[in-house]
Design a protein around this ligand. Structure first.
Ligand SMILES: Cc1ncc(COP(=O)(O)O)c(C=O)c1O
Length: 390
């Protein structure tokens, strides 16, 4: 083999393995394990949504569709954004994507050039960093700390921004933290982006899972510099259907939509019909799932109460970010011990960035009994570790 043909892209070969995937693989095939590491609803996709895909396929809606999505879905998405996210867009400004993940990739692909710097949260959903690497961008992490309620501060960002920065990614409600950026802070962030000529890529995949009314879409404050990303995965328990959407300013949307052809051609057609049924159909199911996550949050916090383990009270999404620094054990080692010794799978904080060390992410999108029992075992492990150390 010539050296040329054996040369592979270092952006791909050098990509680290996901620390969540490592735990998932270790838990694989063990039915006794309490699975609190996964980030997907434990609810089935509502029947009327499944039915809509079934009917669409039977009626022959199985061919290629326009790469930015079927027109009735784009109209419904524009309406949804107006009603639930509080800003006005034309259907042409919405682009149906293969999950939120592909919307974020397409947005970064459109808004950056190789070598640019982008501001990414730390801790964060690990895919942001993977995408930055694939796109040959320099990721500059902005810390999210307990002291600042796990939301970005402009003072810190001012020290990190440079002439080469083109995009800032924000994620509210946040995975893995559950933090929500309120209107006042979001306004400051938009001013910061404006001052430095940055685009804001706003990952709002958990927009409908917020508990205290503080969630705000940045485009509802200042739409010019924002590409907003949404997903059906979490809102409608549709993770495996692979559908989401981006909403972009008018002058950008056609350019962003051009990415769809080479990346995916179009989203699976029956899935688009399912999504149309989801967004135009009854929304009680969305509220019911959110209420269930809220109940589990309360339950989880009550299990930790009085123990040496503290958790950040999530204002949205469905994760509990548990501070395990008192154990003195690296989060990956602790997560592995919890799995091996007590049969509970959780995600180590280190999987979400350097600043995730010392924390564990516990999913509340698992049955309540598993959440409370899993946390009880974590408290036991932490106690036994402390006793050993003492
Ligand atoms: C913060 C965040 N953004 C985006 C996504 C992408 O979701 P999907 O591609 O399933 O829409 C996820 C999924 O876990 C996530 O946690």
């Amino acid at each position: 083999m010539s050296t040329k043909s054996s040369r592979l892209n270092p952006a791909v070969t050098g990509m680290a393995r996901s620390g969540i995937r490592e735990i998932m693989d270790a838990a694989w095939g063990r039915p006794d394990v309490l699975r609190l590491e996964v980030g997907e609803p434990d609810f089935p996709t509502p029947a009327h949504i499944v039915e809509a895909a079934h009917v669409a396929a039977l009626e022959g809606h199985t061919g290629y569709m326009p790469s930015a999505g079927i027109p009735p879905l784009r109209e419904a998405l524009a309406e949804k954004v107006r009603e639930r996210n509080g800003y006005l867009v034309a259907p042409e400004q919405t682009i149906v994507t293969q999950g939120g993940v592909e919307a974020i990739y397409a947005a970064l692909l459109t808004l950056t050039c190789p070598g640019d710097e982008i501001l990414l949260p730390d801790p964060a959903w690990p895919n942001f960093l993977m995408m930055a690497r694939l796109l040959n961008l320099t990721a500059v992490s902005y810390p999210l700390t307990l002291e600042s309620g796990f939301v970005p501060t402009v003072d810190t960002l001012e020290q990190l921004v440079s002439e080469r920065t083109s995009v800032m990614v924000v994620n509210s409600p946040s995975n893995p933290l559950g933090a929500v950026i309120d209107r006042a802070r979001m306004t400051e962030l938009l001013d910061f982006a404006d001052r430095h000529g940055l685009w804001l890529v706003s990952d709002e995949c958990y927009d409908e899972i917020s508990f205290d009314g503080s969630f705000v879409s940045p485009a509802s404050i200042s739409p010019e510099r924002v590409v907003s990303v949404y997903s059906f995965s979490k809102t409608y328990a549709m993770t495996g259907w692979r559908i989401g959407y981006a909403v972009a300013p008018r002058e950008l949307s056609a350019t962003l939509a051009k990415c769809q052809e080479p990346l995916i051609s179009c989203v699976n057609t029956p899935t688009q019909h399912a999504a149309l049924a989801a967004v135009t159909g009854p929304q009680e199911i969305v509220r019911a799932m959110r209420d269930a996550y809220l109940e589990r949050r309360e339950l989880a916090l009550s299990v930790l109460e009085g123990s040496p383990l503290q958790a950040f009270t999530p204002q949205g999404a469905f994760y509990l970010w548990v501070d395990v620094r008192s154990t003195g054990i690296p989060s990956r080692v602790l997560a592995m011990r919890l799995l091996d010794e007590l049969g509970v799978a959780v995600a180590p904080g280190s999987a979400f960035g350097e600043r995730g060390e010392g924390f564990l992410r516990v999913s509340l999108a698992s049955p309540a009994a598993a959440v409370s029992e899993g946390l009880r075992r974590l408290v036991d492990l932490a106690a036994s570790v402390s006793a050993d150390a003492g």
